[in-house]
Design a protein around this ligand. Structure first.
Ligand code: PEP
Ligand code: MN
Length: 350
């Protein structure tokens, strides 16, 4: 529930509403806005009796949030949330952000080469997994902390903020130390203790949709993070399991406008995992931008044939260059622009 105060409401009137909510056994969350303050009520599982609140001085309106998820809903917060990965790198602010890089960090040479290539093509952030959730325990599991150190080096060299996955709480703390955005992968979307932990860490989170999760499941998982006081959450559509084996997953483009209607959180698309095949990645990346996505996360490898994971869906550097050019034109056609890389490139020696 949301108590919207009148424009002229005083501090004392706002405090009274908060006290009444506390006395009712719930938690008040005051949200000052440009025009007026709204006070959210959390802690309820069912509809709250509002009789003690409607008549209070300064109260303009009481809105019952109709969905199970609350703080992530547009009913709760009509204004879109902007998630800041680094100074000047914002997702959800209108400009389209492209996060690109290899599936996994494999070596210093590989990640630096990938970082320079995606930066030169105009990407705004670098991806690369150090902790890899692989279907088989015998597949490459990632370089762990050593991989995070290589990502930090790549950031130092290129200025690109780092988006990288954490699979457990200890990993999340390490990612928060070395990276800029904690990715929660599809397989962990409903790992509620991990969601709570990243909520407490307060770093931006990229929450990927589970491979059999509804949009409502995705938003409820995001609610776990916001409920811990962290609203810096970017949602990601990455395709669903389906009966059709023609592609790795069924890429649900519907999720983009639907999430934008239901939630104030930004949503980006991952056409790499969404399709699983390099040749389909660029068409679906273009489609996601045309559909209004706030950004993309795309796998690009300097040498995809030698990739230790997801080589078949990784773009060659030249394909990524071409994609970025096409995306610029699509963005312009729908009245948007592509975000620029944040920090200037480190001057090279000499
Ligand atoms: C990845 O981004 O490399 C990854 C493992 O993604 P997902 O969790 O969507 O499968
Ligand atoms: Mn991958």
């Amino acid at each position: 529930m949301l108590v919207v105060m009148q424009h002229s409401a005083t501090e004392a009137e706002i405090e009274t509403v908060c006290r009444v909510i506390t006395d009712m056994g719930y938690t008040p969350v005051p949200m000052p806005g440009e025009q007026r303050t709204a006070i959210g009520l959390i802690g309820n599982d069912t509809r709250v009796d509002d009789t003690n609140l409607v008549g209070l001085p300064g109260v303009a309106q009481v809105i019952h949030v109709s969905k199970q998820y609350k703080q992530v809903s547009r009913e709760w917060k009509p204004v879109s949330t902007v998630v800041s990965l680094a100074p000047g790198v914002d997702i959800g602010g209108g400009s389209i952000v492209v996060i690109a890089g290899p599936c996994s960090v494999e070596s210093e040479e590989q990640i630096l080469s990938a970082a320079h290539a995606v930066r030169a093509a105009g990407a705004t952030a670098l991806r690369g997994g150090a902790f890899k959730p692989r279907s088989s325990p015998y597949s490459f599991q990632g370089l762990g902390k050593a991989g995070l150190k290589l990502l930090a080096l790549a950031r130092q060299e290129t200025g690109l903020p780092i988006v990288t996955e954490a699979m457990d709480e200890a990993g999340a703390e390490l990612v928060a130390e070395y990276g800029d955005c904690i990715q929660i992968g599809a397989r962990n979307m409903q790992n509620y203790s991990l969601l709570k932990a990243v909520g407490r860490l307060g770093k931006p989170v990229l929450l990927k949709r589970g491979m059999a999760a509804t949009i409502s499941d995705l938003l409820l998982s995001a609610e776990y993070i916001l409920a811990e006081g962290n609203n810096q959450v970017v949602l990601c559509e990455r395709g669903l399991r389906s009966f059709d084996t023609a592609a790795r997953n069924l890429f649900d483009l519907n999720a983009i406008p639907i999430v934008q209607k239901l939630s104030h959180l930004p949503i980006i698309a991952d056409p790499s995992h969404g399709t699983g095949f390099r040749e389909y990645v660029s068409p679906m990346a273009r489609a996601a931008v045309a559909a209004g996505a706030d950004g993309l996360i795309v796998e690009m490898h300097p040498n995809p044939d030698r990739a230790k994971s997801d080589g078949a869906q990784s773009l060659f550097p030249e394909q990524f260059d071409r994609l970025m050019l096409d995306l610029r034109r699509i963005a312009a056609a729908i009245g948007r622009d592509m975000a620029q890389s944040g920090a200037p490139l480190k001057p090279t020696g000499g």
